[in-house]
Ligand binder design. Structure first.
Ligand code: ATP
Ligand code: MG
Length: 420
């Protein structure tokens, strides 16, 4: 026998015993987005490499090490499997001129690809739900986005997450701060790891985002961006905090929140849990007022976030929320030619009236079929023999509780099987 070909490391199958959880999540997201008036946008999984280099930034973990980039051999184009969604979303908005009709509140979901070391909560293909408010200067919309997240955690039954916020100021104040930071880091040159040495002059802020424990004391001692903000950004940040307070949202200011992508300015935030180890950030976002212009549009303020679906679902499972696992209402067993015909007719009738039916396929005697019915998880077995077929009265046997088998007509069966 040929050897089974396996999936690529870090790219997971989502099996039927998990998909009910995904579907519950997806349904929750759709309803939640609708209540805030955000519209769904669907984007390609592959984009031109340049789009990500220009938006995420050339000197970032994602662009330097994590992208799946390849050449389209038909025309030599460099293409990349999307590592995140904001760049594509902004590209689509510009390409289709959506901002012409006014600001846009959008969301998308789907797989993202990053070449990272796979571990719990970190995969090479993972899923995000991203939400973007384009054309809004905030800070009201920044707060709306954060409030929305808090509400989603409620809907998902997640309680153990907290909010960290920060601000990156304006591009100008950040540039001034960068030179201060470089001055500080130069004093610790020999202690900087390879990544940090390489980034020292090209992108020193990234060094504050370092995950290397040996770098933590250097990061801790660095001058703080928060102490070097411009007045407008400071006011924006104060208003943001004020509104969060009045919306009853608890938060912690994290002066080291720089985020792994270049395009952010002003507000940045992360929702963090301590239940998932180093993969504790379940949702991250912020304001990116410069991005739209950077990729060719008219200067337009914008704010958004993305959450990691796998990490969220790990939390949902850990929080013991009862997720409805959709089991079939009934499994229809039948034996004999006449019975088979009536079984098909009954199944069609019951399904038409909204009953979830598995109709036995593959023959076999009643005993064998009843075993299948039991294993299917269905709440009832519908039993159809020749006698049932002739009288058009079916037998219904409860499979999950001790109760009598009953014989009823199809109309009555609908009521019984749907538990009305
Ligand atoms: P991390 O610091 O964990 O690498 P990040 O800053 O790279 O996260 P973002 O680019 O902000 O992540 O993506 C938003 C969210 O997507 C993250 O908060 C996380 O929940 C999720 N995420 C990011 N990378 C992965 C991955 N490789 N596997 C699973 N989820 C991920
Ligand atoms: Mg990362």
């Amino acid at each position: 026998m040929a050897k089974i070909i396996q999936a690529i490391r870090g790219m997971n199958d989502i099996l039927p015993n998990q998909t009910y959880l995904w579907e519950f999540f997806e349904q929750t997201v759709r309803e939640w987005m609708a209540t805030y008036g955000y519209c769904n946008i669907r984007l390609p999984i592959i984009e031109r490499t340049d789009l990500f280099v220009r938006s995420i930034g050339a000197v970032t973990d994602i662009v330097e090490k994590e992208m799946y980039t390849f050449v389209d051999h038909l025309n030599g184009d460099s293409l990349t499997l999307r590592p995140e969604g904001t760049a594509s979303c902004v590209r689509a908005v510009l390409e289709h001129n959506l901002l012409y009709t006014g600001p846009q509140k959008l969301y998308y979901s789907g797989p993202m690809f990053r070449h990272e070391r796979p571990q719990k909560g970190r995969y090479r293909q993972f899923h995000q739900v991203g939400v973007e408010a384009l054309g809004y200067a905030g800070p009201d919309v920044d707060v709306e986005l954060i409030v929305m997240c808090a509400e989603l955690w409620d809907r998902l039954g997640i309680s153990n997450v907290h909010l960290e916020i920060g601000t990156l100021g304006s591009v100008e104040s950040r540039t001034l701060y960068q030179s201060k930071l470089i001055g500080y880091l130069e004093q610790h040159l020999s202690e900087l790891d390879e990544d940090a040495q390489r980034r020292l002059y090209r992108n020193p802020l990234r060094i504050l985002d370092s995950k290397n424990p040996q770098m933590q004391h250097i990061v801790d001692g660095a001058p703080k961006l928060l102490d070097n903000l411009d007045d407008d950004a400071l006011r924006h940040f104060e208003q943001l905090q004020h509104m969060l307070h009045s919306e009853g949202i608890n938060f912690k200011i994290n002066p080291r929140l720089v985020r792994g992508l270049d395009y952010y300015n002003r507000t940045v935030f992360e929702w963090v849990t301590d239940e998932l180890g180093a993969q504790g950030t379940i949702c991250a976002g912020g304001r990116y007022d410069g991005l739209i212009e950077q990729i060719g549009g008219k200067s337009t303020p914008a704010c958004g976030f993305a959450m990691g679906v796998e990490r969220l679902l790990l939390l949902v499972l850990g929080n013991n929320k009862e997720i409805p696992n959709p089991v079939p209402d009934a499994y229809v067993v039948h034996q004999g030619e006449i019975a088979k015909k009536f079984a098909w007719k009954s199944a069609r009738y019951l399904r038409y009236h909204g009953v979830k039916i598995i109709l036995h396929c593959g023959g076999g005697n009643f005993k064998v079929q009843m075993k299948k019915a039991d294993a299917s998880g269905a709440r009832f077995a519908v039993i159809i023999g020749d006698h049932e077929a002739e009288t058009e009265i079916i037998s219904i046997k409860p499979l999950r509780e001790k109760a009598e088998q009953v014989s009823v007509g199809l109309l009555e069966a609908v009521v019984l099987l749907k538990n009305i």
